[in-house]
Ligand binder design. Sequence first.
Ligand code: F6P
Length: 362
Amino acid sequence: MKKIGVLTGGGDAPGLNAVIRAVVKTAIGSYGCEVIGLRDGYDGFLKKDGIVPLGIKEVRGILPRGGTILGTANRGNPFAREVIKDGKKVVIDTSDEVVAAIKKQNLDGLVVIGGDGTLHISRELFAKGVPVVGVPKTIDNDVGGTEVTFGFDTALDTATEAIDKLHTTAESHHRVMVLELMGRDAGFIALHAGVAGGADVILIPEIPFRYEAIVEKIQRRIKRGSHFSILAVSEGAKSIDGEQSFSRSGNEIYVPRLGGIGAQVGQYIEENTEQETRVTVLGHIQRGGTPSSFDRFLATRYGAAAVRLIADKKFGSMVAFRFGDVVDISLEEALAVPKRVKVDGDSVRTARDLGICFGDEK
Ligand code: F6P
């Protein structure tokens, strides 16, 4: 193993730098191997100055830093790249060009740190002969085959702290406070933060809700003397007879952007109860900041394990966390089924035992 590459793709998440650092330190320290970094995901192979040498000096001090020193892009898909042709924007397949650029670098392996989208692209490039090893990243925790992705724990702390802070205003002003949280089609952030922060209602994509059930819960609380309620609402949640709410539609380059369900729920509550309601959208705050110690440790283990996989020539694989150990699985297995909240699993059952409403109660 003489030379490897590392890139970060998709949305940023706390812990990306910890993975990059572990990759560089392991490659150099344990294998005497050269490392290059790609700027802005796969785009780095095509653009000018897109390749940077990574030595120990370059990764010094980055462990506690959020974001990624390499930059990232969530439209960096070599199979569908937007370019300007004859003055017009067109989408073309540049994958052969990217494969050729990767081959030119004589890489013994490429560590790809990304979520579902980036890992799908990497599987396609593996089929074209690129020696990839994946590292599962995302605050949404929705990658299959692994119990946890790095970034999730930090986002959870941020979301839980937000719920704690909303409690103050909720109690003081006797209000309903709705907090819209990220997660795409998976409700892990809203579920875990909702339970950890003591929310009264949790709405997640996996459990379609009835507006009436939410109002009934709030009224029950008022009758009991609790003149405030906290709702943790996943951005992908939807009512039984409704659709998910989007703030922007998708196209060949961008996936549709979820957003707006918190406002809809808040409006319904205000119109159908006597309680004043406020809505907070936590947004990208969840992706920022210094990674938690759990995420730093996990990201570091993932990074070192990914380099070991390259040394063992186990390409087309992904590092994963199972029963306390970092293991490797095929990208095929990881991407077969996206991970979702188990609606009859112990987390949801625990929340129900504590009286938390999911909006599906009869
Ligand atoms: O996948 C991570 C995530 O933060 C989702 O939770 C959210 O829906 C999406 O990315 C937001 O993407 P963008 O940064 O493009 O707005």
